[in-house]
Structure formats: C-alpha cells, structure tokens
Design a protein around this ligand. Sequence first.
Ligand code: CA
Length: 223
Amino acid sequence: MHMRLLIVEDEKRLALSLAKGLTAEGFAVDVAHDGREGLHRATEGAYDLVILDIMLPGLNGYRVCAALRAAGHDVPILMLTAKDGEYDEAEGLDTGADDYLTKPFSYVVLVARVRALLRRRPRPGASPVHVHGELKVDTAARRVFLAGDEVTLTAKEFAVLEQLVVRPGEVVSKAEILEHVWDFAYEGDPNIVEVYVSALRRKLRPGLIRTVRGAGYRLEAER
Ligand code: CA
C-alpha cells in the first residue's frame, strides 16, 4: 500500500533530507515550506500522515492543526518542535495533534513514530466509539463513560486507556504504551505507566485493567 506523507517544515535542508529519507522508505512525500501552503495542501491532498513543524512562517503549526481538525480532517499529525519546553503538549493535544517529536531527533526515531502512527490509524469507517461492558470510550470526542456517567480523565490517562480499549482482551505491554503515549525516546522510569494505570483504576473500576505479570496490561472482559 502506498502511503502519502506531507512534510510542512520551513527549514529547507531538514525538509529535503526528511523527504529524501522517507521516499527511500517507500513513502510518497510532498513538502510545503510555510503554514498556509501546508494547510492548503493538507486540505486538498489525500495524505495518510502530516509531519508538521510548529514554528512556521505564515501560520504556525498549532493553527494549521486546529484548522484541519475544525474542517473535519482526521489525518494523523506528528508535530515537530524546536526544543524541549517550547512545545506545550496539552496545547498540541487540544489542537488535535496525534504525537510530537522534539528536535533534534534521530531519523530512525522519526520513521518509527511515523510507522506507529500509521499503524494505529483507525480503518476507514471504523467507529471511534469503543464499548466494553459498561465502559464506553469515544476516541474521536475523547470522552469516557462508565455505566452512563462521564468520567473526566487527563490527556495522558485517556491516551493510556485508549491503548487498552482499542485492543480489548489482548495484553498490551508497558513498552507499547510508553512508545505510543510518551516520547519514543523517553528515558524516565517505565513504571510511570503503572502510575497512570492506578489512576485509571481509581477513576474507573479497580478490576477493569488487569496486570499480567511480566507482560503488560489487559482490559478485562466484564461478566
Ligand atoms: Ca520552523
């Protein structure tokens, strides 16, 4: 399957080297060098993924992302940020970005993140609403209900739950959750996942997420 990527990046050398590398990986790649052109191309073209720099002339990455989402485009968006701290993760998630990467990043990490995003993209026509017993998770509206009552989760808690709910009954490893929810190159304590799982158990239901020793977590089937 031929995947089409759009790179929106004003640093021309970086944009071209990414385009060259991703083309060699078998992707079809287009490049835009400013925010307005990027928004136009992302709106017109059928892309499978957009790599979007934040600091762009014309229209910044947050605004491009928000405009795409407001227009109903659900293309996965990987945001690039110049340096740690400049990017506000909450703001990025609010505008609808799917993931972000801090510059300078290794090319290998970028490709892994692109592939991960393409893998987790829902199939066309797949419902964004996952119902699991009394738990209902709407991954499009990012809302969670338990027995009909809405449960408020933080962005990270939601992201962890999402990893489990899209694969009900399967064991999802801590490493997979880390890779999807935290920075791929996250070097902190992997037990951070446990902290969020504990919070989910408290907010939802203790027995809902089962720890499978040495393997990961599983969303339990409800009787
Ligand atoms: Ca830039």
